[in-house]
Design a protein around this ligand. Structure first.
Ligand SMILES: C[S@@+](CC[C@H](N)C(=O)[O-])C[C@H]1O[C@@H](n2cnc3c(N)ncnc32)[C@H](O)[C@@H]1O
Length: 352
């Protein structure tokens, strides 16, 4: 008996975007616990996908039906649009997926582009779809119910090496902007699973991670369990109420503004001012509408989603002038900005 699930093609489209791809996630196993493969047939040829991800959730869910299920039963792979059949009718672009363990084969899916679209929202995301953007707590607790989903929501991938690489890039960004001192208390707004703290915490006196999602904070606690100078604080999604005034050296908010409405963006800048000590530093960033990469991301959402179907967490851009306005209006000095690739960053110092 084969058991399998395709949890999500995570990037459904109804319009083909050159160089784009769809990520498929799911799991596969059989009653005997022998290796199951996923055979992906595209016009460009056949690929064999094997299980590479740990899925303890599946092992426990199948404890009765398939007690031999190995923990390594999850898969995660991309299909590039350009590898799909190039017909005049885009809806005929197809890929066939078959699960096989050498004895049994289940030919389950002929995906077409339109089917990708209809599979856009399954499972937990149904709840997110019906939720208002500003209901940050429900939206993000849903997305972060399990670690794989949380990683996708944070970064769009699950690869730990890539998490490490991007955290190093962010650290280099801090070094060039707000600076990092061993005596500093750093506070992150929207810390997710603790991607940045895995490196940053060792270089500062204390790291405080705040997030609206208690589920994200649980994953962060697991990731950072070997650190003894961290504190994780759930927040309401609008302010930093649990953090005392005048208590922190550096506040940063990275890869979060895109998910916030403008009022929350500004409110967090004002809250940063409150919790920072005199002379404290603030760093914020977002994807940049004025960059080519940012513009392409903006267009992608335009073509992917009907206005009534846009998910509440969809990324919305900033510009240099928007970020400068927040820092200036909140009362920061020495404001500087950087525009590199997809990103626009701004930082400033609290007069002291
Ligand atoms: C894309 S992730 C980035 C996580 C982390 N900053 C990083 O760079 O790895 C966005 C994070 O912001 C959190 N978040 C979303 N809305 C928030 C809000 N209104 N207040 C605080 N955190 C929020 C989410 O729960 C999620 O952990």
């Amino acid at each position: 008996m084969l058991y399998y699930s395709i949890d999500s093609p995570t990037k459904p489209h109804n319009i083909i975007i050159p160089n784009d791809s769809i990520t498929f996630r799911g799991w596969m196993t059989n009653a005997a616990g022998t290796e199951v493969q996923l055979h992906v047939t595209q016009p460009s040829g056949k690929k064999i996908i094997t299980a590479t991800e740990k899925r303890p959730d599946v092992v426990s869910a199948l404890a009765e039906q398939a007690p031999n299920t190995p923990e390594l039963c999850g898969f995660n792979f991309d299909i590039h649009y350009e590898e799909l059949a190039d017909t005049e009718n885009e809806t005929e672009k197809k890929v066939t997926l078959a699960f096989s363990d050498g004895t049994l084969t289940s030919n389950i899916h002929d995906f077409s582009i339109t089917q990708f679209t209809s599979m856009q929202w399954g499972g937990v995301n149904d709840i997110a779809k019906q939720t208002a953007r500003a209901d940050y707590k429900n939206v993000w607790n849903n997305l972060a119910a399990e670690l794989t989903g949380a990683k996708f929501a944070v970064a769009g991938y699950t690869d730990d090496a890539e998490f490490h690489r991007t955290a190093v890039v962010q650290m280099e960004g801090f070094e060039k902007t707000v600076g990092i001192k061993q005596t500093d208390i750093f506070l992150e707004i929207g810390c997710g699973i603790g991607r940045i703290a895995t490196i940053l915490a060792d270089r500062v006196a204390q790291w405080i991670g705040t997030d609206v999602s208690e589920n994200m904070l649980k994953h962060a606690a697991d990731n950072l369990k070997d650190k003894n100078n961290i504190k994780l604080v759930p927040t309401n999604g609008w302010d930093l109420a649990p953090i005392p005034s005048n208590s922190v050296d550096v506040v940063y908010c990275a890869v979060v503004f895109m998910h916030l409405d403008e009022w929350e963006r500004f409110n967090y800048v004002c809250e940063a001012k409150r919790v920072l000590k005199p002379g404290g530093r603030l760093f914020i960033n977002n994807f940049n509408l004025l960059s080519e990469e940012g513009w392409q991301l903006f267009l992608k959402t335009l073509v992917e989603y009907h206005p009534m179907e846009r998910p509440p967490f969809i990324g919305k851009s900033s510009t240099r002038h928007e970020l400068i306005a927040y820092l200036t209006r909140a009362g920061f000095d020495s404001i500087q900005t950087d525009e590199t690739g997809l990103w626009v960053s701004a930082w400033g110092v609290l007069p002291g």
